[in-house]
Design a protein around this ligand. Structure first.
Ligand SMILES: Nc1nc2c(ncn2[C@@H]2O[C@H](COP(=O)(O)OP(=O)(O)OP(=O)(O)O)[C@@H](O)[C@H]2O)c(=O)[nH]1
Length: 354
């Protein structure tokens, strides 16, 4: 972690100045969240790199809510990608890095492909397709508790156009169904492969929640990577900037318990993040100043809650998650602002990092 960040690292397009001048943005509710002691940070050991070591990129794709982010976290062994029960939660490409004695897997988490209704939707779809062509393996996730549907066919047909990339199928959420249903699901996936001209290199049933077959999936994925040295230093779990990870964890906390169109209206930007000066070495404190954007005044009320109760819960939950991830006590300063109809406005999308 760096002590200080250069201003340009967290203020693309002079975000802060723009916001202050912009009457679409408004600021009335601030909340601060204090610090807790840090949990122990995880340690990964790679050792010497043996002959036959493999490394490369894989990405999980699938309809929204099929369990891609949860699977990424299960393989990495730590929460680095936010998950929620609201579809289309994932907006940022965050790479999870799996370190193993025989190889290194860099996992790219993409948004779910869907029929775009907004400019944001179109940009997300473009992002997904670009990623498919760049990775070594694309793993398509099909949740075992749902039948294969038109959305899956659309996606696999689009993926079939990306010829060179190896494709595997993952049957997710197997803990939710019977063995018979898993069997039926695997046959349906094989059939979908035949229909679309997709040659699945593997079809693997897994449960991220029960931890079933996660190691096997890791083995298979590493086996499909090209031979080569590690791509990232030992111990790195993600190359996403810490500001992005913190913003995602705040967004995840804010999504918990909100309904209807509100989940899609929430965006979070970390404006400033750095270790507080003048603290003893053994008692560091990471200051994080973040803005949570919603699209309308009514949404602001929901996010803040009665006398700020909901925002306080969000802040506390987010702070604990960020501390768990970064291993440093955090002081979170969270502000709620309105960015009017930002999902449809190119200028605001750019400001919010899309
Ligand atoms: N029972 C069960 N639930 C799971 C499993 N994997 C994921 N889930 C749940 O399914 C929901 C969606 O999981 P995510 O990992 O956020 O799904 P996603 O595909 O990344 O979703 P998007 O970001 O919207 O594309 C969450 O409520 C998860 O807890 C699993 O193996 N078993």
């Amino acid at each position: 972690m760096t002590d200080q960040h250069e201003p340009e690292q967290h203020e693309p397009d002079d975000l802060e100045d723009d916001l202050e001048d912009d009457e679409d943005f408004d600021d009335e509710f601030d909340e601060d969240f204090g610090a807790l002691p840090p949990p122990a940070a995880p340690v990964f050991g790679l050792g010497d790199v043996p002959d036959g070591y493999r490394s490369g990129f894989a990405c999980f794709v699938g309809r929204p809510n099929v369990g891609k982010s949860t699977l990424t976290n299960a393989l990495v062994g730590q929460k680095i990608v936010i998950t929620s029960d609201k579809p289309q939660t994932t907006r940022t490409v965050v790479r999870g890095i799996v370190h193993r004695p025989d190889g290194q897997l860099v996992l790219v988490d993409t948004p779910g492909l869907h029929r775009p209704r907004t400019l944001l939707g179109e940009r997300l779809n473009d992002l997904v397709k670009t990623t498919w062509a760049e990775v070594d393996v694309v793993a398509v996730c099909f949740p075992a508790d749902e039948k294969i549907g038109p959305g899956d066919k659309f996606l696999v047909n689009e993926l079939a156009k990306v010829r060179r990339t190896t494709k595997i199928a993952v049957a997710t959420k197997t803990d939710l169904v019977t063995a018979d249903r898993i069997g039926e699901h695997l046959l349906d996936i094989a059939e979908l492969g035949r229909e679309t001209g997709t040659d699945w290199a593997e079809i693997v049933p897994v449960s991220s929640v029960a931890g079933d077959q996660i190691d096997l999936l890791g083995d298979l994925l590493v086996g499909l990577m090209p031979e080569g040295p590690p791509l990232y230093p030992d111990g790195d779990l993600t190359d996403a900037p810490e500001e992005i990870l913190a913003a995602e964890l705040i967004r995840e906390a804010a999504l918990d318990g909100v309904r209807d169109e509100l989940p899609h209206s929430i965006a979070v930007v970390v404006e400033e993040m750095g270790l507080r000066e003048g603290r003893p070495d053994d008692k560091p404190l990471l200051d994080i100043h973040a803005n949570l954007y919603v699209e309308r005044d009514s949404q602001k009320g929901i996010v803040i809650g009665k006398k700020g109760a909901r925002l306080r819960q969000v802040g506390t939950a987010a702070r604990q998650q960020i501390e768990a991830l970064l291993g440093t006590p955090v002081y979170l300063d969270l502000h709620v602002k309105i960015a009017k109809d930002w999902q449809r406005d190119p200028r605001q999308l750019r400001k919010l990092g899309f």
